[in-house]
Ligand binder design. Structure first.
Ligand SMILES: NC(=O)c1ccc[n+]([C@@H]2O[C@H](COP(=O)([O-])OP(=O)(O)OC[C@H]3O[C@@H](n4cnc5c(N)ncnc54)[C@H](OP(=O)(O)O)[C@@H]3O)[C@@H](O)[C@H]2O)c1
Length: 226
């Protein structure tokens, strides 16, 4: 499949890298490809600059958000939650129309220090905001409650014996995303329901952040025991 991964951070790299490995045709979207590839310093977490990551993946194309989305059949939103709507606007509603948008972003607000709070919760969610802003696209919330590494390598924690959640209004779009998650190695994929159920998975960040602090590692996941 031709897939646009909007976002050059840890999540964008993890998802784009995995999709490339699985044989998909991947474009990564960024604000300014020239500026992004000109960066030579490691990111804030000490990861190498994107140019090194790209050099190791010659099939992956770096493009503007709009160019990446235009050529894609499916779009992944892996951008900072506070910028996601702006990024998708710059990708262009016409380039997103008729396509599935897999929304991995979290509505984190770092302006009051750590841990971040959620700038939307309980009565609305980032996923719903995206769905309302792009009614001709079908938004599926997925993977936002695990670390980037666990998203694409679920077996790296608990041998993969954990659960993941999807939310969305469109049954067909959720089937497509379920197929992708299975190809990543996820086995217990729980369909929470329509896009408003993303309020639940986004609010899981409140507990995820406390677990990260308590456990001292982001390498964990949630298992739902029936
Ligand atoms: N890190 C994780 O393990 C993890 C786990 C679950 C969910 N998430 C969520 O996944 C998303 C991506 O996280 P991340 O850690 O990979 O990266 P991030 O630093 O949250 O986001 C990086 C991306 O956001 C874009 N961006 C940031 N500010 C922008 C602005 N003002 N205008 C336009 N674009 C802007 C950047 O564009 P440029 O490319 O142009 O710089 C970059 O592509 C976030 O919503 C995060 O909450 C992260």
């Amino acid at each position: 499949m031709r897939i646009a991964v909007l976002g050059t951070g840890m999540v964008g790299q993890a998802i784009a890298g995995k999709l490339d490995e699985l044989g998909h045709e991947v474009s990564v979207g960024t604000r300014d490809p020239g500026a992004t590839t000109a960066r030579t310093e490691p990111d804030g977490y000490g990861n190498p600059p994107l140019r090194d990551w790209l050099a190791a993946r010659p099939r992956v194309r770096l493009a503007t958000f709009a160019d990446a989305a235009a050529g894609a059949e499916l779009v992944v939103n892996a951008t900072s939650g506070g910028a996601s709507l702006e990024v998708l606007e710059s990708a262009g509603a016409a380039n997103l129309a008729g396509k599935v948008i897999v929304d991995i972003a979290n509505p984190l607000d770092f302006s009051h220090g750590m841990p971040p709070t959620l700038f939307v919760k309980d009565t609305d969610s980032l996923a719903e905001r995206i769905q309302r802003a792009f009614p001709e696209s079908t938004v599926v919330k997925a993977l936002n409650m695990v670390n980037a590494t666990v998203m694409v390598d679920p077996a790296s924690v608990g041998g993969g014996d954990h659960s993941t959640f999807i939310s969305g209004d469109d049954v067909g779009a959720k089937q497509v995303v379920t197929g992708l998650l299975k190809s990543f190695g996820h086995t217990d994929i729980i369909d929470l329901g329509d896009i408003s159920t993303a309020r639940g998975s986004e609010m899981m960040l409140a507990i995820w952040l406390r677990l990260y602090a308590a456990l001292g590692t982001p390498a964990f996941a949630f298992k739902i025991v029936r």
